[in-house]
Ligand binder design. Structure first.
Ligand code: NDP
Length: 223
């Protein structure tokens, strides 16, 4: 049975993705900061593991818990928003958002590369955002969030060059504007539709695909 590990799988896009993979017959390991409270994830049939992506010890404990378990897909989904613009920046918040959105996915990739390399599919999928596209961005809002995702995109583009040597493909994905706690009630895409599209893009990836920035419908976005 192919296995997928999804971070931040207790709600939002992560939970919808977990359900999508489960309904297609995958074994899903869903991580949550508080697995005891991840009732919907457990009810869906996922195995849960504890992970606070901002805590290096928690990442090390996840790796220890996984051991050599092969992962066909690793999905770095956990993330946080930040809406502030220049003139109102909180630098403590800036550091925290970078830790969660930019540094954590890399730390998780470094910790779990061997697990992905041991899987059949060898795909590392990462939820970034169109708001991190330098070419698309033309608004003053969410400076910290945009920066964290643009930096993640560059980090992934660079890391993909190293990972290709092990046959691992890296995906950089925009889920759409999704109706979650982060996306808010006015968002245009349901978590289910976003997850269904992301699932197709993630599982349709050919081995060692050239890194591109895709949205949930498979459209290529500008960096
Ligand atoms: P939500 O706010 O609905 O869910 C965020 C998830 O990330 C939760 O499971 C949350 O866990 C987890 N998380 C946050 N911080 C940490 C942490 N330190 N350690 C572990 N888990 C953490 O967000 P979405 O589902 O909407 O977003 C998912 C991804 O998609 C994010 O990377 C986001 O940036 C990206 N995205 C979302 C868009 C949207 O419109 N919704 C648009 C573009 C990109 P907990 O419950 O413990 O807080």
């Amino acid at each position: 049975m192919p296995t997928v590990l999804i971070t931040g799988a207790n709600r939002g896009v992560g939970l919808a993705l977990a359900r999508q993979f489960l309904s297609n017959g995958y074994d899903v390991i869903g991580t949550a900061r508080e697995p005891d409270k991840a009732d919907e994830l457990k009810a869906a049939g996922a195995k849960t593991m504890q992970l606070d992506v901002a805590d290096p010890n928690s990442i090390a404990a996840l790796k220890a818990g996984l051991g050599d378990t092969p992962l066909d897909y690793l999905v770095n989904n956990a993330g946080i928003a930040s809406s502030t613009a220049l003139g109102d920046l909180d630098y403590g918040e800036f550091e925290h958002v970078l830790r969660v959105n930019t540094i954590a996915p890399l730390r998780i990739i470094e910790a779990l590369t061997d697990n992905v390399a041991a899987g059949d599919k060898k795909v590392i999928a990462n939820l970034t955002s169109k708001m991190g596209s330098i070419e698309v961005t033309d608004a003053p809002s969410a400076l910290i969030y945009r920066t964290s995702k643009a930096a993640l995109n560059m980090a992934l583009r660079t890391a993909a060059r190293s990972l290709a040597g092990q046959g691992i493909s890296v995906l950089t994905l925009h889920p759409g504007w999704v109706k979650t706690d982060m996306g808010g009630p006015n968002a245009l895409v349901s978590p289910e539709d976003s997850a269904a599209g992301l699932y197709k893009v993630i599982t349709g990836t050919a081995p060692a695909t050239e890194l591109r920035f895709f949205d949930y419908e498979g459209n290529i976005l500008p960096w």
